[in-house]
Design a protein around this ligand. Structure first.
Ligand code: SAH
Length: 212
């Protein structure tokens, strides 16, 4: 279903500069319409963020593609995602052959997406809790992807990164964020590249925004 719409979306994100063929291949295979509320089906393959309930969103496809490309995912890379949300980003990473660990702090969303993963046979390790402190049990990770905007880079996430690994995280105020691509060069040594102007829902937790 929606083959043509999906291919159009892949072409659009390629035109906007995504050139990692493995990212583009995953986008042509993962069916975004399965990750959004039924009422929004006709918008599934537009390059826009969509509401998924509980004040949360499924990120814009271009943003998902950009962040995934920045991670430089390889087959068998161990990737930690903070903010499972709809599960779409995790499904893309899984499709690329990564071992995916994903944390969600909102119980209803966690539950719903866990069930969806089971139904679609997407084998992602999920956890309900505060992702700002990471998931120490399975650390270190080759890549960490934060899909909600944070006031700063949580120290726990830097710590749980493998040397040579990358952390991709939106940092800024609650209105707009810069994407930071953080590479761990050595223990306690990081290189940071900033990419301007993305918009994300807030990352709420111990090392993120405090709950209002
Ligand atoms: N990756 C998701 C994007 C969801 S939006 C997708 O592909 O659809 C960001 C998600 O981060 C929301 O579901 C929100 O509840 C969650 N979130 C916010 N703060 C969090 C935290 N501290 N730990 C885990 N999840 C968090």
């Amino acid at each position: 279903m929606y083959e043509k719409e999906r291919q159009n979306l892949v072409n659009q994100i390629a035109e906007r500069g995504i050139d990692d063929i493995y990212v583009l291949k995953a986008f042509s295979e993962v069916e975004r319409h399965l990750f959004i509320p039924e009422a929004l089906l006709s918008h599934a393959y537009k390059d826009v963020a969509l509401p998924i309930g509980y004040g949360q969103t499924i990120s814009q496809p271009y943003t998902v593609a950009y962040m995934t490309q920045a991670l430089k995912v390889k087959t068998d890379s161990k990737i930690l995602e903070i903010g499972t949300g709809s599960g779409y980003q995790a499904a893309i990473l899984y499709k690329m052959g990564a071992k995916v660990y994903s944390i969600e702090r909102q119980f209803e969303i966690y539950n719903k997406t866990r069930k969806l993963f089971d139904k679609l046979e997407i084998r992602v390790n999920t956890k309900y809790g505060d992702g700002t402190i990471g998931w120490a049990e399975f650390a270190p990770y080759d890549g960490i992807l934060v899909t909600a905007g944070s006031p700063s880079i949580p120290a726990s996430l830097k710590k749980q990164l493998e040397i040579g690994g990358r952390l991709v995280i939106p940092v800024g105020d609650k209105i707009s964020q810069k994407l930071k691509i953080v590479t761990k060069i050595a223990q306690d040594e990081f290189e940071v590249v900033d990419v301007p102007e993305f918009v994300f829902v807030p990352l709420i937790g111990k090392e993120g925004w405090k709950q209002e």
